[in-house]
Design a protein around this ligand. Structure first.
Ligand SMILES: Cc1cc2nc3c(=O)[nH]c(=O)nc-3n(C[C@H](O)[C@H](O)[C@H](O)COP(=O)(O)OP(=O)(O)OC[C@H]3O[C@@H](n4cnc5c(N)ncnc54)[C@H](O)[C@@H]3O)c2cc1C
Length: 557
């Protein structure tokens, strides 16, 4: 074991953020040491939903299909269903495509769902395993579980840090790195050491999704046959006694069950017997379960760090923002942080971008975190402040009326929280120093509707090509200059300016008029993260455009 390791980027934390970052860096041949004190990827299911934009990033990296067919069986429904109890009245249901249907359905959709991928309902534990396998296959990535970042300091030309085997009794190893990334979770020792405080709201109390939650990872082999309703992916109970939700994990017998803990209860002391008791309340009667793990967590956060960077140290994922899980945005926002930071760090390390490119991470991702935590809070209010009256479970006209009112609310709520193309595709980086505005206005930011727009600063509008490929599959892995239509201007100025700066730019031509109309310009510069950096009608400003987008200095645009 060497007593000093030299690397380009030291990453603390091998959750989704750190693992995705390792993939972005490793795919570009940048050396990365990733340490985490855990023995391996998550055992507990944790996040349940991979948003469509995250799936598009997995597609860009080449493993979306692999992830699409993990977790639930390909033909398992992914409906979201609301019940008084799992064996009680069904109140509302949002039907969604199975994994197999999602692959073909997306090719037929347009408008808000104009995308390369649909969302996928899968436990985070399965995603992490794929991210780890791909990171480990990259020669420049050194992933070490059971190693902890112990300390760090910034020195003139980099970071000096100490990592140590997690047990604490092994020898410490010194690390020299150019940059450090804290993907070290909600309690982030890195954020704390930097003295970065949280901003936002916490401690919000709601009947559901506001306060302590009791999590049970369980096996219930007879649940499907004992439940008098069609199978679903997400099951939510709405009754006066206790609110809960449960995600199907393997589509056979494993479930991630989470119940609201009342303010007077102390779930820290709850045992397996309590898990059975609380699960039986939600189901409506006792059924056989095997408890795989129990734990507690707190819902009701919408917190964002004051800053995402100090010098050569960056933070991302839960270290930088803490969500209430309504809408399923915490892990997805963590992945987008990693995507944003990954290509920028890699290009700077490889000398293909100016150091100033890194100044765009915080102004791009901090507003995104504020936006997404805000949406999650709105979803939590919509479902968690809905009063579950005792009448919901009563027979007769009074009960029928209460259930009809609940159904109307929950039907609308399900669409608000789970049909969110606007949230997933609509993140924008307006005002970023790395985006070249063109004077156009971005489309409105709405959770449930997305308007494709090539207005610089947003996700590149998607289309399916005549040969059946996704437009994104035609993009270069690094910079793409899209040349659209048949009368597009000469692009030599871009090619020359990119070559002078060492930027890896590829010109990609599509003659079909629909793409020219969609982008409202014949030229569009697409970043490695598929964000439109610039669009225009002439290439004469190429040098200034690439200077700004690549962090080489603004040069007057
Ligand atoms: C019940 C529940 C349901 C959820 N559902 C969803 C959902 O549907 N969709 C969604 O998007 N999100 C969801 N989330 C949130 C999601 O799980 C997190 O947002 C996600 O795990 C964040 O990823 P991360 O990589 O930033 O942090 P983490 O996954 O927390 O990883 C941080 C890692 O840092 C490591 N670490 C800590 N200290 C050190 C150190 N000193 N050195 C090295 N490593 C260190 C930790 O061991 C840990 O592995 C849910 C969360 C909960 C609790």
């Amino acid at each position: 074991m060497p007593h000093e390791i030299t690397t380009d980027v030291l990453v603390a934390g091998a959750g989704p953020c750190g693992l995705m970052l390792a993939n972005e860096l490793g795919r570009r041949g940048v050396r990365c040491l990733l340490v985490d004190p855990k023995p391996g990827t998550a055992f507990n299911p944790q996040a349940n939903a991979t948003q469509a934009r995250t799936m598009e990033h997995f597609r860009r990296l080449g493993f979306a299909q692999e992830i699409r067919f993990l977790g639930l069986p390909a033909d398992h429904p992914t409906d979201i269903a609301y019940f008084t109890r799992f064996a009680g009245h069904e109140l509302a249901r949002l039907a969604l495509p199975t994994a197999r249907e999602a692959v073909s359905r997306i090719r037929t959709l347009g408008g808000s769902w104009s995308a390369a991928e649909l969302p996928h309902r899968i436990s985070q534990k399965f995603v992490e395993a794929v991210l780890l396998r791909h990171a480990r296959a990259l020669p420049s990535c050194d992933v070490r579980f059971e190693w902890r970042l112990e300390d760090f300091e910034e020195v003139d030309d980099g970071i000096r840090a100490t990592v140590r085997p997690a047990g604490g009794d092994g020898d410490a190893v010194a690390v020299r790195a150019r940059y450090l990334v804290g993907a070290d979770g909600a309690r982030s020792p890195i954020r704390r050491k930097l003295g970065i405080e949280w901003t936002g709201m916490t401690g919000v109390q709601r009947d559901f999704m506001g306060g302590r939650m009791f999590a049970v990872y369980l096996r219930a082999p007879t649940l499907r046959e004992q439940m008098p309703h069609p199978p679903a992916w997400m099951h939510v109970t709405v009754n006066h006694e206790r609110r809960a939700f449960m995600a199907a994990v393997d589509g056979v017998s494993e479930y991630a069950f989470h119940a609201a803990v009342h303010p007077h209860e102390n779930a820290e002391d709850w045992t397996e017997a309590d898990a059975r008791r609380v699960f039986a309340q939600a189901f409506g009667r006792d059924i056989p379960i095997e408890v795989l793990s129990v734990g507690t967590w707190v819902a009701g956060h919408s917190l964002v760090a004051q800053r995402l960077r100090q010098g050569r140290v960056f933070i991302g994922g839960d270290a930088a923002h803490l969500f209430t899980p309504t809408g399923g945005l915490g892990y997805n926002t963590a992945v987008e942080d990693a995507v944003n930071l990954g290509w920028k760090l890699a290009h700077v390390v490889r000398g293909q971008a100016g150091e100033a490119l890194l100044d765009s991470y915080e102004p791009e991702r901090l507003p995104a975190a504020q936006r997404n935590t805000g949406y999650a809070r709105r979803f939590a209010d919509s479902v968690g402040l809905f009063a579950a009256l005792p009448e919901l479970e009563e027979p007769g006209p009074g009960g029928d009326a209460a259930r009809a009112a609940a159904s109307a609310h929950l039907d609308a709520h399900a669409r608000l929280e789970f049909n969110i193309p606007g949230v997933t595709f609509g993140t924008r980086y307006d005002g970023s120093p790395a985006i070249v505005p063109d004077g156009s206005s971005p489309p409105p930011d709405e959770p449930n509707a997305y308007t494709p727009s090539a207005c610089p600063g947003g996700r590149a509008p998607h289309a399916w090509l005549d040969d059946g490929r996704s437009l994104y599959d035609s993009f270069h892995f690094e910079w793409t200059l899209l040349v659209l239509g048949t009368d597009a201007p000469d692009t030599a100025a871009f090619e020359r300016a990119a070559a002078q700066r060492g930027m890896d730019l590829q010109v990609v031509r599509h003659a079909v008029p629909q793409l020219r109309e969609l982008y409202e310009a014949p030229l569009a510069l697409i970043r490695p993260d598929q964000i439109v950096a610039w669009r225009g009608h002439v290439a004469s400003q190429a040098d200034a455009v690439l200077a700004r987008a690549g962090g080489f200095g603004a040069r007057g645009c």
